[in-house]
Design a protein around this ligand. Structure first.
Ligand code: SAH
Length: 257
């Protein structure tokens, strides 16, 4: 059996209880060495065999999994954050299915959640934005034409950009071609939840400069949108006048959200 496990954003106590338990029972671990905190490997039993996937291609990863399976061993494939975002797990799962090897997936705390936590931010503020766009600049992995950042930026909604800290001047330009203005709040979050975490608040107009001044070129997220500003409306859910299925408010309006 192969268990895909989200390691969380970095701090070793941000893995889920289930993920930690799977590491405690693992015979073989393949971890994404570039971003997974190696402290997590201390959870593994002493006889565990550990592989760092930073130096492996897909075929090498699959070969380790297949060998372990033949030997009746349990493998944990440890991915950074949550594996459903830029985790390249689909190709592994499809290959395992084709080989008849069982697997399951344990979610993790994605870095975009850790970044919001570090900033004390809420992506979905009433009266500001009720949507979050998760995207990236095109790098060696292309982004489909219809998802070009300038087009996504037309919505002016809350946005979080992965894998783009090395392309801040281009990113800034793309964002400004959309609905954001040079004054729209933005933030760079470097290594959220790690000891050397860095938070840099700026605006869309000063994004590239902020990255340059703080020497942030990788392992960072870019957060953009008015949710980082000061203005918002109170929630309806906790409004004294508002009734829900759980609470009778001053009005007779009863809605489930
Ligand atoms: N699956 C991961 C993302 C992997 S892609 C997740 O859910 O977080 C790798 C990119 O994620 C990095 O280039 C960076 O943009 C972002 N990232 C991962 N961990 C991070 C962290 N602790 N702080 C800030 N950004 C992080």
């Amino acid at each position: 059996m192969v268990h895909f496990v989200g390691a969380g954003p970095g701090a070793p106590d941000l893995i889920t209880l289930r993920g930690a338990q799977l590491l405690k029972n693992a015979d073989v671990v393949i971890y994404a060495g570039s971003l997974v905190n190696p402290e997590l490997l201390e959870l593994c039993p002493p006889q565990v065999k550990i592989h760092n996937s930073a130096a492996m291609d897909l075929e090498a990863v699959l070969a380790v999994m297949e060998q372990a399976e033949t030997a009746g061993l349990t493998t944990v494939r440890l991915h950074t954050g949550d594996a459903s975002l830029y985790g390249a797990i689909r190709e592994q799962m499809d290959a395992l299915s084709a080989k008849g090897i069982d697997f399951d997936v344990t979610p993790g705390v994605s870095s975009f959640c850790a970044a919001a936590a570090a900033l004390g931010a809420e992506f979905t503020l009433p009266g500001v934005s009720q949507s979050l766009i998760v995207s990236r600049m095109a790098g060696r992995t292309p982004v489909p034409e219809r998802e070009q950042l300038a087009a996504l930026a037309e919505h002016g909604t809350s946005m979080v950009l992965f894998l783009s800290a090395g392309l801040l001047p281009q990113l800034q330009e793309e964002l400004l071609r959309g609905a954001y203005t040079p004054d729209t709040p933005a933030a760079l979050v470097y290594k959220a939840s790690w000891p050397d975490e860095k938070l840099v608040r700026c605006t869309v107009g000063t994004l590239a400069q902020a990255g340059r001044e703080n020497q942030i070129t990788k392992t960072a997220l870019v957060l953009v949108g008015d949710f980082l500003g000061k203005e918002y409306e109170r929630s309806k859910l906790y409004d004294p006048a508002f009734s829900t299925g759980f609470r009778q408010g001053a009005d007779t309006n009863s809605r489930g959200d």
